[in-house]
Design a protein around this ligand. Structure first.
Ligand SMILES: [Zn+2]
Length: 363
């Protein structure tokens, strides 16, 4: 028992958006809603508790130039953990991070294998770069390597065209998504622009990353098919800098990126209002630092999503979407404690007072 101390968490336990309990216990690393009989050496943790936060678009084991060593990957995962992210959907990594699964002091990772991109149509060193004829085979391979997700790069700059353009013909996408589904995996795609969205959604895709190109015309299709989006607004904030770097060589692309950036909050708000499921993702790894989950939640609020729903996008509904429990009896005790009610002001997420992972106080 000394390995797993009994914790008494009291204050405001946000079991659901409208369900608040006064207290819960952690016994043997798991959540108990009832006081354990005869417990001694009980440690008390006080404050407002949320289920461990979800970063639904994060990359562990990825750096600016591709794969990183294990020590660097461990630091990335620890930075996320200390910010309260205890469940990561890894949206593509060229590193094998399976070793993380044996570490109960690191966040759980739900992997999408390695990115699958069209030849020379993505950041160098990140993806399998292939042609459409090979897409089904690569999707099958990454579906088997991952944890129920596959990640495509759906659009990227076409240097001959000088603008963003779709990477996969509709038929190739259809066959590949069908194969992933046959193998029990869901498929998501990186999409900045408008063009690729209709084909990918009609081809059966489950989620779109960034989705800056989502228009009023396309939103009803997303709603009808139940396709989720992970806007990664903290990443979209870098578009003006990217655009400035492209002005000389690719002015059309730069102008396009600026337009997508300018309407980013309206895009997210319109999707949310229409009923498109929206989840929190930071796009940490590669070029962005880890640990930005609170900043992304604040960005969703800035976009116009009410605080309780922005919180749900990184807690209750995000966990359900990934098939992981929240603060329920017998679930692994993954929770984050704050000094104030995050429903009143999501900015408290920036500084958790305690992080409890697998029943241990790690922060
Ligand atoms: Zn990403």
């Amino acid at each position: 028992m000394s390995d797993h101390p009994v914790l008494h968490v009291k204050g405001g336990i946000l079991v659901g958006p409208d369900e608040v309990r006064d207290e819960l216990w952690v016994v043997g690393g798991r959540i108990s809603l009832d006081r354990p009989a005869g417990a001694r050496d009980v440690r008390t943790v006080e404050g407002w508790a949320l289920p461990g936060l979800v970063d639904a678009h994060c990359h562990v084991g990825l750096g600016a130039h591709g794969p990183v060593d294990r020590d660097t990957a461990e630091k990335q995962a620890l930075t996320d953990r200390d910010a309260g992210t205890l469940l990561i959907r890894d949206a593509g990594s060229p590193s094998d991070t399976r070793w993380v699964d044996g570490r109960d002091d690191l966040p759980e990772i739900v992997r999408a294998g390695r990115h699958i991109a069209r030849t020379r149509r993505y950041l160098r060193g990140y993806a399998h770069e292939i042609e459409p004829d090979d897409l089904v085979a690569y999707v099958a391979r990454e579906a088997r390597r991952g944890d129920g997700w596959v990640k495509l790069v759906g659009d990227w700059i076409d240097r001959d065209l000088g603008d963003l353009s779709a990477c996969w013909p509709r038929r190739a996408a259809e066959a590949a998504i069908a194969e992933a589904h046959r193998l029990g995996a869901r498929v998501t795609a990186h999409c900045f622009a408008e063009e690729s969205l209709r084909d990918l959604v009609e081809a059966g895709i489950d989620c779109v990353e960034h989705a800056t190109g989502l228009t009023e015309e396309l939103i009803p299709l997303f709603v009808e098919r139940g396709v989720a989006i992970v806007p990664t607004l903290v990443n979209i904030a870098t578009f003006p800098d990217l655009a400035a770097g492209g002005d000389a060589k690719f002015p059309r692309w730069s102008a396009h990126m600026r337009r997508l950036h300018a309407r980013r909050h309206d895009t997210v708000r319109a999707a949310y209002d229409a009923g498109v499921p929206v989840y929190v993702g930071t796009d940490a790894g590669g070029t962005l630092p880890h640990g930005l989950v609170a900043a992304e939640v604040a960005e969703l609020v800035t976009a116009g999503i009410p605080a309780p729903d922005a919180l749900a996008a990184t807690t209750w509904s995000a966990r359900r979407w990934l098939g992981r429990p929240g603060l329920t009896e017998g679930a692994p005790a993954d929770l984050v404690v704050y000094p104030g009610d995050p429903r009143a002001d999501v900015r408290v997420l920036a500084a958790p007072t305690r992080v409890v992972l697998n029943g241990r106080v790690v922060v």
